[in-house]
Design a binder for this molecule. Structure first.
Ligand SMILES: CC(C)(COP(=O)(O)OP(=O)(O)OC[C@H]1O[C@@H](n2cnc3c(N)ncnc32)[C@H](O)[C@@H]1OP(=O)(O)O)[C@@H](O)C(=O)NCCC(=O)NCCS
Length: 146
């Protein structure tokens, strides 16, 4: 929740959304923990540095990346790219043939990350977010190994 609040001004996941994603939804929720200077500390009190939520849905071969964020002080170190790769591997391991997501049209950092990772734009939803911003719909074909 702390990462969520620092990462999105609108359309945030609520605690209830996270609980549902973790306990009930078909999909995967992954957390990347911060590198602690002292390994003992990391084991005692692991602090999330990034998270990603992917849903699997009946009737479509596409997994959906529903939320994905890196804590502000952990950005720019390759953590987002690595976490995305592991989420893709999890989706491919589940049998999904592709990943789809929506991203704000003004989110340059995320669009750059997804484009570098092989996503392409296939549609756009105008007026998608609470503040009226459009969403770009992106997708990537996954191989068996992600
Ligand atoms: C988008 C986000 C997940 C990127 O995470 P990150 O760990 O900083 O990204 P990485 O360090 O792995 O960067 C991977 C690539 O993404 C692109 N990228 C990342 N941040 C960027 C920025 N600020 N400007 C331009 N490109 C950027 C680059 O292509 C980068 O590759 P490079 O370092 O070789 O140039 C992070 O900025 C974030 O959490 N933002 C707020 C939440 C959000 O927008 N989530 C996505 C919702 S769809």
């Amino acid at each position: 929740m702390a990462i969520e609040e620092r990462s999105f001004a609108t359309d945030r996941m609520t605690q209830r959304n996270f609980r549902y994603a973790i306990r009930q939804a078909k999909g995967v929720v992954l957390v990347a923990y911060r590198q602690a200077p002292d390994v003992q500390d990391a084991q005692d009190d692991p602090q999330p540095g990034a998270y990603g939520v992917v849903g699997f849905h009946a009737g479509t071969p596409f997994a959906r990346l529903t939320s994905f964020a890196v804590a502000p002080d952990q950005r720019g170190q390759g953590l987002g790219r690595r976490l995305l790769t592991v989420l893709e591997q999890a989706a491919a391991g589940h049998g999904c043939r592709g990943m789809r997501l929506e991203v704000r049209a003004d989110n340059a950092a995320a669009i750059a990350l997804y484009t570098a990772a092989g996503y392409r734009r296939f549609a756009e939803y105008p007026d998608y977010y609470e503040d009226g911003m459009a969403a770009l719909r992106l997708e990537k074909t996954l191989t068996r190994h992600g």
